[in-house]
Design a protein around this ligand. Sequence first.
Ligand code: GAP
Length: 479
Amino acid sequence: MANDTGRFQAIISHCKEYGFIFPSSEIYDGLSAVYDYGQYGSELKKNIKDHWWKSMTQLHENIVGIDAAIFMHPTTWKASGHVDGFSDPMIDNKDSKKRYRVDHLIEARIDELEKANKMGEASELQEKMDRLLAAGDLAGLKQLIEDEDIICGISGTSNWTDVREFNLMFSTQLGSVTEEASEIYLRPETAQGIFVNFLNVQKTGRMKIPFGIAQIGKAFRNEIVARQFIFRMREFEQMEMQFFIRPGTEKQWYEYWKEARMKWHFELGIPKEKSRFHDHVKLAFYADAACDIEYDFPFGFKEVEGIHSRTNHDLSRHQEFSKKKMQYFDNEINQNYIPYVIETSIGLDRTVLMVLSEAYWEEDLSTPEKPDSRVVLKFPPRLAPIKLAILPLTKKDGLPEIARELMETCKPQFRCFYEEKDAIGKRYRRMDAIGTPFCVTIDHQTREDQTVTIRHRDSMQQERVAISAIPGIVNKAIF
Ligand code: GAP
């Protein structure tokens, strides 16, 4: 297996070569930090979305889903605090003119110290940075960069500007670009679409607290330092759920959702030792407690999901700005209140990258007689883009006809792939490379006794079963 950096590069190349993820508008040399999902990537992403949606809405009787617009009234972002507070501290190198996120710059130094086994110095630096970020001490952060002699990777100098805050929201004009045009934002999180619909859903759905509203959709952030493939993009997708609760129960529900969400990660096949909680030191402007679920990517432990206890900040602010009451009458305690909220917010693209990183294996299959290897994506079957490949051994003798018949039976039930071309071994390898859990081969014996061989992706074991058993075997594995 390639080392971690090599492994990450190998995953990126594999994604491109096998139709999972392409740089956006590649024929024009791409657009920085924007990516397109190809034929298999979009299936994988959709399967992850469906799994999340089902686990949130279908399996929780008190959670419903919505699909709000990306454009929202501009006052939404004033009320939510994003206009004034959604920014990152940045610093520019005066020689290279390159802009850096301050935390990324210092984290790179922490990584260097860790690699040099200077763990004490690394954790001391981490603590200093966290303290300064929490205090919003921009001058202190600049001083820290200077004290650490951190230099720009391009110019090689430490000729830094002061640290400044940069807002991450994209804005555009609504209406014709004339006097009437007004500035609106591309939403930087899907959550606000849920908050502004709180009363609509609560009333029309006759929802009783505690209840949740879930949503999947695009979000946009003008990330200055966009990097690490689909980990940090400017256009990305979030799967968010706001859980509305009685004030005073926030600690209990925060713990509940921490545990429930970690369990969901394990259901994706993530091993326990590669997932961890990370408590926030610097709380976002709306939270009274917050943590991340981090995954051990090939480039280290990084955030995939945030769990935030958002108090009644958002609803209170929307009440203040819209002058519409955001209250709920709790008839169990005979009281009106603005509900508190626990939010679970997971990046869909980061989840795709996590699942891909976990699934990617390079296997050496050499024998003393012959060198051999394969790349296989060991997706949990329910997430695999293609569930079943149907492969007639030859193009003649009536085998394609039998294969086509099986295809007609299976394709309404799950995603199948039909292929007659090339040697069977080559076809198996292509299916391994896109993570297809089952391949069925129709051969001459099939004509005699209606049996086929089914090949299992991970073990490469083959067994002979009745052709009629195939839909059942696949359905059982993907449920
Ligand atoms: N509503 C709360 C919220 O948006 P966040 O921690 O800023 O919280 C939630 O974002 C999740 O969205 C993150 O855990 C991450 O998975 C994903 N995310 C955030 N910024 C991203 C980016 N630039 N590219 C890809 N995913 C991103």
